[in-house]
Write a protein that binds this ligand. Structure first.
Ligand code: G3I
Length: 377
């Protein structure tokens, strides 16, 4: 199907107009004022210091509490990562299973492990549509939901203040297919009860509770070639603009980079997307890098060859312009990954999503990536 992308651009249509998504975001100054955001935060678009690791762009990994007793697994994060972050343990449903009852034991174990070993750490995620406890999914009152959002973010941000370099304030707020009738924002409990203003509310609360943490809006499917991905990138740009118009600072956009090995990364579109963000004073961070290879036929060589292509293309896109704040993988070893649970190979062959194989041996694409990160700054 011919890509309408270029024809619309030739006629000067803006990104948002092209996909007819402007009207429905409705993150207007009025809705911000409803949260007090417009008054609360000076409209300062901060380009955070692209803290390069002592050598190049920081590389990180998401660690899981349930495998923490696996000593070689733990050691692999210390050997390979500048950043070690909890994969699941900072999610709403794991921190506040019952209303008002916070359990930081698992997340503290992981954050302390990072910091005790001289590693940075980051938070994922204050608000998401998944991994919420049943009592959240049962919320049905606007004011009650607002107080839940504010209380959760304040309690968690306060607990980790000074220990996490950045937070995914909201995760996956863009509709999977933003051009569908439901509009560009995903249908979630937060949006149902608060409308789109839950997004500025989360940012305003997080900025107040931890003024030093970099605030990130994180999403997936921002990397590939095609109309749906163009539309998702356009919605993200629109969201960031409207948050800034409301007086909030978005320090970075998180690009999850769950890379389907049979897809094509749109290097130019990714570079343009990142350039537009930089023009708005917003940095870029790769937050959940792994390779999804269930559609790749053949064996290890074919899987790793396909991974090399998509990872290399991703880096071509994200290393253009200002360096990204970091590149974080969603795990470290094929020994433990969500990918085989979610998208297994039909023939039962194991996927090869992460930088190290099941025996903790680095993949060729990982070595190539680290070389590029070390050289970049
Ligand atoms: O910890 C329990 C364990 O006690 C229990 O025995 C087991 C079986 O029920 O479940 C374990 O919890 C699982 C948890 O991962 C830890 O392994 C949950 O059921 C499972 O739903 C959860 O999946 C995580 C998923 O997010 C949902 O939170 C994946 O590990 C994690 O990789 C995935 O990560 C997401 C990002 O947060 C957002 N972007 C997409 C990415 C992939 O889906």
């Amino acid at each position: 199907m011919p890509d309408t992308h270029d024809s619309a651009a030739a006629h000067g249509a803006s990104e948002g107009d092209r996909h007819g998504i402007h009207a429905t975001l409705n993150l207007t100054r009025r809705s911000f004022m409803a949260t007090g955001a417009g008054a609360a935060i000076a409209a300062t678009a901060r380009i955070p210091p692209a803290r390069a690791a002592p050598t190049g762009i920081p590389f990180g990994g998401a660690i899981q509490f349930e495998y923490f007793d696996d000593r070689p697994y733990r050691q692999a994060f210390l050997d390979h990562c500048d950043i070690v972050m909890p994969m699941n343990e900072l999610k709403f449903g794991l921190l506040q299973r019952e209303r008002g009852q916070f359990d930081f034991s698992r997340s503290d174990t992981l954050v302390d492990f990072a910091r005790d070993n001289g590693k940075a750490s980051r938070g994922h995620a204050f608000l998401w549509h998944s991994t919420n406890p049943p009592w959240v999914d049962a919320l049905n009152d606007e004011r009650d939901t607002e107080s839940v959002v504010i209380d959760h973010i304040e309690r968690v941000a306060d607990h980790y203040r000074g220990r996490l370099a950045s937070w995914d304030v909201v995760n996956e707020v863009i509709a999977h297919e933003p051009r569908e009738a439901g509009g560009p924002l995903r249908d979630t409990i937060w949006r149902r009860n608060l409308g789109p203003r839950y997004i500025p509310l989360a940012f305003e609360t997080a900025a107040r509770a931890d003024p030093d943490a970099l605030l990130v809006i994180n999403d997936y499917d921002l990397e590939f070639a095609g109309d749906r991905y163009d539309a998702r990138r356009a919605v993200m740009l629109d969201l960031v603009r409207q948050l800034q118009d409301g007086g909030l600072h978005v320090d970075a956009v998180g690009c999850q980079a769950h890379l389907y090995a049979h897809f094509k990364v749109d290097v130019d579109a990714l570079a343009r997307f990142k350039e537009e963000l930089e023009g708005m004073g917003v940095a870029f961070i790769v937050t959940e890098l792994d390779v999804i290879d269930f559609q790749i036929r053949g064996g290890v060589e074919e899987q790793d060859a396909a991974a090399t292509v998509v990872v290399s293309d991703l880096l071509d896109g994200v290393l253009s312009g200002r360096p990204p704040l970091a590149v974080v993988a969603w795990g470290i070893t094929d020994r433990y990954s969500w990918v085989d649970d979610a998208m297994p190979h039909e023939d039962g062959k194991p996927s090869r999503p992460l930088p190290l194989d099941v025996d903790l041996r680095p993949k060729p694409w990982y070595d190539a990536m680290k070389a590029r990160l070390l050289a970049a700054s």
